[in-house]
Design a protein around this ligand. Structure first.
Ligand code: ATP
Length: 248
């Protein structure tokens, strides 16, 4: 597997506020990589720095081996690097279908037939969106809006999808559905960098994970190992007794 994303020694922040302190991580083609951390650790800032929304102050960012550190954010979807932001940020006063068409906008000119074909594919993948295609996006439930945000991201035909807290605010049943969709993305040729508070489900779907604390990567490894790690269990899985009940 080749390296699709390389983050090397990256620092960034907001004005004088330094948030990321020389972080390094990578994502291989076909992987799902989870980025975990407490509130304020810098997870969203990491995604926003990769997608060009926050300017990096030092370090290197490579996508498919090419530097993207100086690329304007709006150029990155065309290269295959697409972010689904926290809070979904769908266009509430537009229909479900129009939200999807917008997701493929940079491919639309001269290629509207393939974009429309992809909309049909999204309705197969997320039947509820097909049933509600003409409804305003703001009238969807939270879970349906999250599906729409994911589908809109996929409309750009990403090679790498940056997902920011896709399970935020969803009922447990819906969270499982969202994670099932995320787990199927590599089969569709989509590699994923996933930011999640829901550490357990994120690590269950991921191949590898990184833990961010105060803007620094403090731990990394295979997801299966992180799931067993005592520090991860007590800090992020809400598990005070990693050995399990009844065991010493
Ligand atoms: P959460 O899980 O709560 O979303 P996070 O790990 O994604 O947290 P970030 O949103 O990246 O954390 O925030 C990291 C730090 O950067 C926080 O201290 C936050 O207050 C600060 N920060 C985030 N956005 C801005 C901004 N626009 N201007 C100034 N500081 C910011």
């Amino acid at each position: 597997m080749g390296e699709l994303l390389t983050v090397r020694g990256v620092s960034s922040g907001y004005g004088q506020i330094r948030v990321l302190r020389s972080i390094s991580l990578n994502v291989l083609d076909g992987e799902i990589v989870a980025l975990l951390g407490a509130n304020g650790a810098g997870k969203t800032t990491t995604l926003n720095t990769i997608s060009g929304l926050v300017k990096l102050s030092s370090g290197e960012l490579l996508f498919a081996g090419k530097s993207v550190a100086r690329q304007p954010a709006e150029m990155l979807p065309g290269l295959g690097l697409v972010q689904v932001p926290e809070g979904r940020q769908i266009f509430g006063s537009m229909s479900v279908e129009d939200n999807l068409l917008l997701g493929g906008y940079h491919r639309y000119v001269g290629n509207s037939r393939s974009v429309r074909g992809d909309v049909r594919e999204m309705f197969e993948m997320f039947p509820v969106l097909g049933q509600r295609r003409r409804q305003l996006a703001q009238s969807l439930s939270g879970g349906e809006q999250q599906m729409l945000a994911l589908a809109r991201g996929l409309m750009a035909r990403p090679r790498l999808l940056l997902l920011d807290e896709p399970s935020l605010g969803l009922a447990p049943m819906v969270v499982s559905q969202v994670f099932a969709h995320i787990g199927s993305l590599p089969e569709r040729g989509v590699t994923v960098l996933l930011v999640e508070q829901n550490a357990k489900q994120a690590l269950e779907v991921a191949n590898r994970g990184y833990v961010l604390e105060n803007g620094s990567i403090v731990m990394s490894g295979k997801a299966s190992q992180l799931l067993k790690d005592e520090r991860v269990r007590s800090a992020y899985l809400g598990d005070d007794n990693p050995a399990g009940p009844g065991e010493a």
